[in-house]
Design a protein around this ligand. Sequence first.
Ligand SMILES: Nc1ncnc2c1ncn2[C@@H]1O[C@H](COP(=O)(O)OP(=O)(O)OP(=O)(O)O)[C@@H](O)[C@H]1O
Length: 265
Amino acid sequence: MIHVQHLTKRYEDLQRGRFTAVDGVSFTARQGEIFGLLGPNGAGKTTVLRILSTVLEPSEGIVTVAGYDVVRDSAEVRRNIGFVSNNTAIYDRMTAWEMVEYFGRLHGMHRDELLMRMERLFEQLRMNDFRDVPGGKMSTGMKQKVSIARAMIHDPPVLIFDEATLGLDVLVARNLLGVIRSLRDAGKCLIFSTHIMSEVERLCDKIAIMYRGKILDTGSLEELRQRHREDDFEELFFGLLSQHEREHGRPSEALVDRGEGDVLA
Ligand SMILES: Nc1ncnc2c1ncn2[C@@H]1O[C@H](COP(=O)(O)OP(=O)(O)OP(=O)(O)O)[C@@H](O)[C@H]1O
């Protein structure tokens, strides 16, 4: 469903000059699968997801979503994906129902089809209790559900969650992970990016560990554990990052010195 081959993205940065944020990344994510992108802040996860959702163009490499090329067929790609982040704008004065309806119209959905889809979605995400609550009066959990409903209104086969649990309390985050699992069971292809190891361990069928623009390894949790002969996922993760630092001439303490200790969160 998603094929990423030798993807590289360079930014022209005023301070750093030409900076490679994503460096030769390849992976495949399939239908009915939750694919986790795990990495500390700055690893390049958001850049990859922005390319998948056609907001940015690759510098090199080929990326296809549902068979469509993100550069050549960007409109088709957008029809096939929904994007959920932790900072989606929710309009204070629009109700949950109005917001989701508005996004359905933006996707050009016909009225009857839109209403049917909305009824199903509000039921599925348990949003009927707050159908008529305006954004300004919603809890964080309600807002997050509206963001998901908005991303799913056109029933895309691919859903992308970028650090979607950031800032949510444990209960809301737990509910969100439940929703993501049920979408997987309904056959969607899900990409879930996070810096939180436990979420990836509990949720993802396949994991790509990303650091400094590269994928250091990829596989199911079990495959990764066996390959690295390490049952403790946290040890495995830091082991891979430290090995990368050693091979690239940096001391492993740099992980902590650079303030990247928060990958432990
Ligand atoms: N528009 C830009 N111009 C220059 N550099 C950028 C730009 N956007 C991102 N970067 C840099 O690219 C690198 C990767 O950033 P990216 O946001 O993709 O990482 P991330 O893994 O999603 O981390 P985070 O969770 O902090 O967003 C970082 O060093 C970041 O500073």
